[in-house]
Design a protein around this ligand. Sequence first.
Ligand SMILES: C[S@@+](CC[C@H](N)C(=O)[O-])C[C@H]1O[C@@H](n2cnc3c(N)ncnc32)[C@H](O)[C@@H]1O
Length: 307
Amino acid sequence: MTDKWMEIKVCVPVACADVLCHELYELGSVGVVVEERQLDTFVPPDPDETDSDMFTIKAYFDEDLPAAQRVASVEGCLKRLAEFFPDLGAVDVGVADIGQQDWAEGWKQHFQATRIGARLVIKPSWEEFSGQDGDVVVTLDPGMAFGTGTHGTTRLCLETLAALFDGGEAIHHVLDVGTGSGILAIAAAALGAERVVACDIDPIACETARENCVLNEVIDRVEVTDRLLEELTGTYDVVLANILAEENIRLAQALIDRVRPGGVLILSGILEEKVSLVTTAFSTLGLNAPDLFYDEEWACIQYRLGH
Ligand SMILES: C[S@@+](CC[C@H](N)C(=O)[O-])C[C@H]1O[C@@H](n2cnc3c(N)ncnc32)[C@H](O)[C@@H]1O
Protein backbone atom coordinates (compact mmCIF):
# COMPACT_ATOMS: atom_id res chain seq x y z
CA MET A 1 0.00 0.00 0.00
CA THR A 2 1.25 3.46 -0.85
CA ASP A 3 2.22 5.81 1.97
CA LYS A 4 1.78 8.94 -0.19
CA TRP A 5 -1.44 10.32 -1.59
CA MET A 6 -2.28 13.19 -3.86
CA GLU A 7 -5.31 15.23 -2.86
CA ILE A 8 -7.19 17.13 -5.58
CA LYS A 9 -9.59 19.75 -4.28
CA VAL A 10 -12.27 21.61 -6.25
CA CYS A 11 -15.31 23.65 -5.31
CA VAL A 12 -18.24 23.17 -7.67
CA PRO A 13 -22.00 23.89 -7.84
CA VAL A 14 -24.15 21.25 -6.10
CA ALA A 15 -25.83 20.29 -9.40
CA CYS A 16 -22.69 18.80 -10.90
CA ALA A 17 -21.17 17.26 -7.75
CA ASP A 18 -22.41 13.71 -8.37
CA VAL A 19 -21.27 13.59 -11.96
CA LEU A 20 -17.89 15.02 -11.04
CA CYS A 21 -17.40 12.41 -8.30
CA HIS A 22 -18.13 9.71 -10.85
CA GLU A 23 -15.65 11.26 -13.29
CA LEU A 24 -12.96 11.48 -10.60
CA TYR A 25 -13.34 7.78 -9.90
CA GLU A 26 -13.09 7.16 -13.64
CA LEU A 27 -9.81 9.09 -13.61
CA GLY A 28 -8.48 6.60 -11.04
CA SER A 29 -9.28 8.22 -7.72
CA VAL A 30 -9.32 5.72 -4.86
CA GLY A 31 -11.60 7.86 -2.69
CA VAL A 32 -13.74 10.96 -3.10
CA VAL A 33 -15.07 13.10 -0.25
CA VAL A 34 -17.88 15.62 -0.69
CA GLU A 35 -17.92 18.31 1.95
CA GLU A 36 -21.35 19.76 2.34
CA ARG A 37 -21.16 22.60 4.82
CA GLN A 38 -24.69 22.13 6.20
CA LEU A 39 -23.75 18.58 7.24
CA ASP A 40 -20.43 19.54 8.76
CA THR A 41 -21.53 22.35 10.96
CA PHE A 42 -18.92 21.95 13.66
CA VAL A 43 -16.61 23.43 11.05
CA PRO A 44 -17.11 27.20 11.18
CA PRO A 45 -18.09 28.85 7.92
CA ASP A 46 -15.33 30.28 5.79
CA PRO A 47 -15.87 34.07 5.85
CA ASP A 48 -14.84 34.21 2.17
CA GLU A 49 -17.42 31.63 1.24
CA THR A 50 -20.44 33.41 -0.11
CA ASP A 51 -22.22 30.71 -2.05
CA SER A 52 -23.70 27.91 0.08
CA ASP A 53 -24.81 26.11 -3.11
CA MET A 54 -21.25 24.96 -3.64
CA PHE A 55 -19.71 21.68 -2.51
CA THR A 56 -16.03 21.09 -1.92
CA ILE A 57 -14.90 17.83 -3.45
CA LYS A 58 -11.66 16.16 -2.48
CA ALA A 59 -10.39 13.24 -4.50
CA TYR A 60 -7.46 11.06 -3.46
CA PHE A 61 -5.08 9.40 -5.91
CA ASP A 62 -2.45 6.88 -4.96
CA GLU A 63 -0.46 6.59 -8.18
CA ASP A 64 2.76 8.34 -9.00
CA LEU A 65 1.49 10.74 -11.68
CA PRO A 66 3.20 14.17 -11.57
CA ALA A 67 0.93 16.79 -9.97
CA ALA A 68 0.79 18.96 -13.13
CA GLN A 69 -0.42 16.00 -15.18
CA ARG A 70 -3.08 15.04 -12.61
CA VAL A 71 -4.32 18.65 -12.42
CA ALA A 72 -4.46 18.82 -16.22
CA SER A 73 -6.56 15.64 -16.36
CA VAL A 74 -9.03 17.05 -13.80
CA GLU A 75 -9.16 20.39 -15.64
CA GLY A 76 -9.96 18.50 -18.85
CA CYS A 77 -12.76 16.68 -17.09
CA LEU A 78 -14.18 19.97 -15.71
CA LYS A 79 -14.05 21.48 -19.19
CA ARG A 80 -16.11 18.59 -20.57
CA LEU A 81 -18.61 18.92 -17.72
CA ALA A 82 -18.95 22.68 -18.34
CA GLU A 83 -20.70 21.84 -21.62
CA PHE A 84 -23.52 20.23 -19.63
CA PHE A 85 -23.40 22.50 -16.56
CA PRO A 86 -23.17 26.15 -17.67
CA ASP A 87 -22.96 27.26 -13.99
CA LEU A 88 -19.67 25.47 -13.56
CA GLY A 89 -17.58 28.42 -14.78
CA ALA A 90 -13.85 28.56 -14.10
CA VAL A 91 -12.81 26.20 -11.31
CA ASP A 92 -9.50 26.29 -9.44
CA VAL A 93 -8.00 22.84 -9.02
CA GLY A 94 -6.05 22.59 -5.76
CA VAL A 95 -3.44 19.89 -5.31
CA ALA A 96 -1.58 18.69 -2.24
CA ASP A 97 0.60 15.72 -1.34
CA ILE A 98 -0.41 14.06 1.88
CA GLY A 99 1.22 11.16 3.68
CA GLN A 100 -0.69 8.15 4.97
CA GLN A 101 0.34 9.24 8.46
CA ASP A 102 -1.25 12.70 7.93
CA TRP A 103 -4.50 11.25 6.68
CA ALA A 104 -5.19 8.80 9.45
CA GLU A 105 -3.40 10.34 12.38
CA GLY A 106 -2.69 13.96 11.50
CA TRP A 107 -5.21 15.32 13.99
CA LYS A 108 -3.23 13.75 16.82
CA GLN A 109 -0.50 16.38 16.40
CA HIS A 110 -3.01 18.99 17.58
CA PHE A 111 -4.12 17.01 20.61
CA GLN A 112 -1.67 17.62 23.43
CA ALA A 113 -2.06 17.83 27.19
CA THR A 114 -4.17 20.92 27.88
CA ARG A 115 -4.84 22.58 31.22
CA ILE A 116 -8.38 23.88 31.78
CA GLY A 117 -8.92 26.14 34.78
CA ALA A 118 -7.00 25.51 37.97
CA ARG A 119 -7.00 21.71 38.23
CA LEU A 120 -8.30 19.99 35.13
CA VAL A 121 -5.87 18.59 32.56
CA ILE A 122 -6.99 16.73 29.42
CA LYS A 123 -4.30 14.57 27.90
CA PRO A 124 -4.15 12.08 25.02
CA SER A 125 -3.68 8.43 25.96
CA TRP A 126 -0.38 8.29 24.04
CA GLU A 127 1.24 11.17 25.95
CA GLU A 128 3.04 11.01 29.30
CA PHE A 129 2.13 13.85 31.63
CA SER A 130 3.51 14.71 35.02
CA GLY A 131 1.22 17.21 36.64
CA GLN A 132 1.12 19.10 39.89
CA ASP A 133 -0.40 18.00 43.18
CA GLY A 134 -4.17 18.36 43.03
CA ASP A 135 -4.36 18.06 39.24
CA VAL A 136 -7.36 16.18 37.90
CA VAL A 137 -6.09 14.42 34.79
CA VAL A 138 -8.48 13.07 32.16
CA THR A 139 -6.88 10.66 29.66
CA LEU A 140 -8.58 10.33 26.29
CA ASP A 141 -8.39 8.36 23.10
CA PRO A 142 -11.18 9.89 21.03
CA GLY A 143 -11.00 7.28 18.26
CA MET A 144 -13.71 8.10 15.74
CA ALA A 145 -15.74 10.20 18.23
CA PHE A 146 -15.70 13.97 18.61
CA GLY A 147 -14.10 15.47 21.69
CA THR A 148 -10.43 16.04 22.49
CA GLY A 149 -10.74 19.42 24.17
CA THR A 150 -8.97 21.12 21.28
CA HIS A 151 -12.22 22.22 19.62
CA GLY A 152 -13.54 25.56 20.86
CA THR A 153 -16.98 24.14 21.65
CA THR A 154 -15.54 21.44 23.93
CA ARG A 155 -13.03 23.81 25.53
CA LEU A 156 -15.81 26.26 26.40
CA CYS A 157 -17.83 23.49 28.11
CA LEU A 158 -14.80 22.24 30.02
CA GLU A 159 -13.90 25.76 31.17
CA THR A 160 -17.46 26.49 32.26
CA LEU A 161 -17.78 23.15 34.06
CA ALA A 162 -14.38 23.47 35.76
CA ALA A 163 -15.24 27.02 36.89
CA LEU A 164 -18.43 25.74 38.55
CA PHE A 165 -16.53 23.03 40.43
CA ASP A 166 -13.67 25.41 41.32
CA GLY A 167 -16.25 27.94 42.55
CA GLY A 168 -17.54 25.44 45.09
CA GLU A 169 -20.86 24.67 43.38
CA ALA A 170 -22.53 21.55 44.78
CA ILE A 171 -22.47 19.27 41.74
CA HIS A 172 -23.54 15.70 42.44
CA HIS A 173 -25.44 14.72 39.30
CA VAL A 174 -24.50 15.69 35.75
CA LEU A 175 -26.12 14.99 32.38
CA ASP A 176 -23.97 15.20 29.24
CA VAL A 177 -26.09 15.30 26.07
CA GLY A 178 -24.07 14.38 22.95
CA THR A 179 -21.15 12.92 24.85
CA GLY A 180 -18.95 12.04 21.82
CA SER A 181 -15.66 10.74 23.25
CA GLY A 182 -17.13 11.13 26.74
CA ILE A 183 -14.79 14.00 27.52
CA LEU A 184 -17.26 16.22 29.41
CA ALA A 185 -18.86 13.35 31.33
CA ILE A 186 -15.47 12.01 32.39
CA ALA A 187 -14.24 15.49 33.35
CA ALA A 188 -17.37 15.95 35.49
CA ALA A 189 -16.81 12.61 37.25
CA ALA A 190 -13.09 13.30 37.69
CA LEU A 191 -13.84 16.73 39.20
CA GLY A 192 -16.13 15.12 41.75
CA ALA A 193 -19.62 14.40 40.40
CA GLU A 194 -21.05 11.29 42.03
CA ARG A 195 -23.20 10.25 39.11
CA VAL A 196 -23.09 11.22 35.44
CA VAL A 197 -25.38 10.18 32.62
CA ALA A 198 -23.84 10.55 29.15
CA CYS A 199 -26.04 10.06 26.09
CA ASP A 200 -25.34 10.08 22.38
CA ILE A 201 -27.34 9.13 19.31
CA ASP A 202 -24.20 7.72 17.67
CA PRO A 203 -23.43 4.14 18.77
CA ILE A 204 -19.72 4.54 17.92
CA ALA A 205 -19.56 7.56 20.22
CA CYS A 206 -21.23 5.54 23.00
CA GLU A 207 -18.70 2.75 22.59
CA THR A 208 -15.77 5.17 22.60
CA ALA A 209 -17.15 7.03 25.61
CA ARG A 210 -17.48 3.76 27.53
CA GLU A 211 -13.89 2.80 26.69
CA ASN A 212 -12.69 6.21 27.87
CA CYS A 213 -14.68 5.85 31.10
CA VAL A 214 -12.91 2.53 31.74
CA LEU A 215 -9.55 4.13 30.91
CA ASN A 216 -10.23 6.86 33.48
CA GLU A 217 -11.67 4.45 36.06
CA VAL A 218 -14.98 6.32 36.27
CA ILE A 219 -17.19 3.70 34.60
CA ASP A 220 -18.82 2.96 37.98
CA ARG A 221 -20.06 6.57 38.11
CA VAL A 222 -20.76 7.31 34.44
CA GLU A 223 -23.67 5.67 32.64
CA VAL A 224 -23.26 5.91 28.88
CA THR A 225 -26.51 5.42 27.00
CA ASP A 226 -27.87 5.67 23.48
CA ARG A 227 -31.30 6.56 24.82
CA LEU A 228 -32.72 9.82 23.53
CA LEU A 229 -32.76 12.85 25.80
CA GLU A 230 -36.56 12.81 25.64
CA GLU A 231 -36.53 9.30 27.18
CA LEU A 232 -34.40 10.26 30.17
CA THR A 233 -35.92 11.08 33.52
CA GLY A 234 -34.83 12.77 36.73
CA THR A 235 -33.05 16.06 37.23
CA TYR A 236 -29.39 17.02 37.39
CA ASP A 237 -27.34 19.77 39.01
CA VAL A 238 -25.67 20.47 35.67
CA VAL A 239 -26.83 19.62 32.16
CA LEU A 240 -24.31 20.01 29.31
CA ALA A 241 -25.23 19.94 25.64
CA ASN A 242 -22.46 20.45 23.10
CA ILE A 243 -24.71 19.90 20.13
CA LEU A 244 -25.55 22.36 17.39
CA ALA A 245 -27.58 25.57 17.84
CA GLU A 246 -30.51 24.10 15.93
CA GLU A 247 -30.42 20.90 17.99
CA ASN A 248 -30.23 22.88 21.25
CA ILE A 249 -33.32 24.79 20.12
CA ARG A 250 -35.17 21.64 19.06
CA LEU A 251 -34.45 20.03 22.42
CA ALA A 252 -34.87 23.20 24.51
CA GLN A 253 -37.79 22.04 26.67
CA ALA A 254 -36.36 18.55 27.16
CA LEU A 255 -33.03 20.06 28.24
CA ILE A 256 -34.68 22.47 30.69
CA ASP A 257 -36.79 19.63 32.14
CA ARG A 258 -33.65 17.74 33.15
CA VAL A 259 -32.14 20.63 35.19
CA ARG A 260 -33.01 20.76 38.89
CA PRO A 261 -34.38 24.03 40.31
CA GLY A 262 -31.35 26.29 40.86
CA GLY A 263 -29.21 24.09 38.60
CA VAL A 264 -27.14 25.05 35.58
CA LEU A 265 -27.68 24.46 31.87
CA ILE A 266 -24.64 24.76 29.61
CA LEU A 267 -25.28 24.93 25.86
CA SER A 268 -22.43 24.78 23.35
CA GLY A 269 -21.78 24.00 19.69
CA ILE A 270 -23.22 27.41 18.86
CA LEU A 271 -21.69 29.71 16.29
CA GLU A 272 -21.47 33.30 17.54
CA GLU A 273 -23.91 34.41 14.82
CA LYS A 274 -26.53 31.94 16.14
CA VAL A 275 -26.45 33.02 19.80
CA SER A 276 -29.50 35.25 19.53
CA LEU A 277 -31.43 32.48 17.78
CA VAL A 278 -30.82 30.20 20.77
CA THR A 279 -31.36 32.80 23.50
CA THR A 280 -34.63 33.90 21.86
CA ALA A 281 -35.88 30.30 21.79
CA PHE A 282 -34.95 29.71 25.43
CA SER A 283 -36.45 33.02 26.56
CA THR A 284 -39.85 31.91 25.24
CA LEU A 285 -39.48 28.99 27.67
CA GLY A 286 -38.71 31.31 30.58
CA LEU A 287 -34.89 31.30 30.62
CA ASN A 288 -33.27 34.71 30.46
CA ALA A 289 -30.06 36.61 31.25
CA PRO A 290 -27.57 33.88 30.36
CA ASP A 291 -23.83 34.13 30.85
CA LEU A 292 -22.11 34.04 27.49
CA PHE A 293 -18.59 32.78 26.85
CA TYR A 294 -16.73 32.90 23.55
CA ASP A 295 -13.85 31.04 21.95
CA GLU A 296 -13.07 32.42 18.51
CA GLU A 297 -16.27 31.96 16.45
CA TRP A 298 -17.92 29.66 19.02
CA ALA A 299 -20.19 30.60 21.89
CA CYS A 300 -21.29 28.83 25.04
CA ILE A 301 -24.49 29.85 26.79
CA GLN A 302 -24.93 29.21 30.51
CA TYR A 303 -28.32 29.52 32.22
CA ARG A 304 -29.00 29.34 35.94
CA LEU A 305 -32.51 28.02 36.54
CA GLY A 306 -34.77 29.64 39.09
CA HIS A 307 -35.67 27.92 42.36
C1 LIG B 1 -19.69 18.18 18.93
S1 LIG B 1 -19.91 16.57 19.51
C2 LIG B 1 -19.66 16.87 21.25
C3 LIG B 1 -18.80 15.81 21.88
C4 LIG B 1 -18.37 16.13 23.30
N1 LIG B 1 -19.50 16.28 24.18
C5 LIG B 1 -17.56 17.41 23.33
O1 LIG B 1 -17.97 18.37 23.96
O2 LIG B 1 -16.49 17.43 22.71
C6 LIG B 1 -21.66 16.36 19.39
C7 LIG B 1 -22.11 14.97 19.73
O3 LIG B 1 -23.51 15.05 19.92
C8 LIG B 1 -24.13 13.92 19.35
N2 LIG B 1 -25.54 14.35 19.15
C9 LIG B 1 -26.04 15.16 18.21
N3 LIG B 1 -27.37 15.35 18.40
C10 LIG B 1 -27.69 14.64 19.51
C11 LIG B 1 -28.91 14.42 20.23
N4 LIG B 1 -30.05 14.97 19.85
N5 LIG B 1 -28.88 13.63 21.32
C12 LIG B 1 -27.72 13.04 21.70
N6 LIG B 1 -26.55 13.19 21.04
C13 LIG B 1 -26.54 13.99 19.98
C14 LIG B 1 -23.30 13.59 18.16
O4 LIG B 1 -23.44 12.23 17.79
C15 LIG B 1 -21.89 13.93 18.66
O5 LIG B 1 -21.25 12.80 19.22
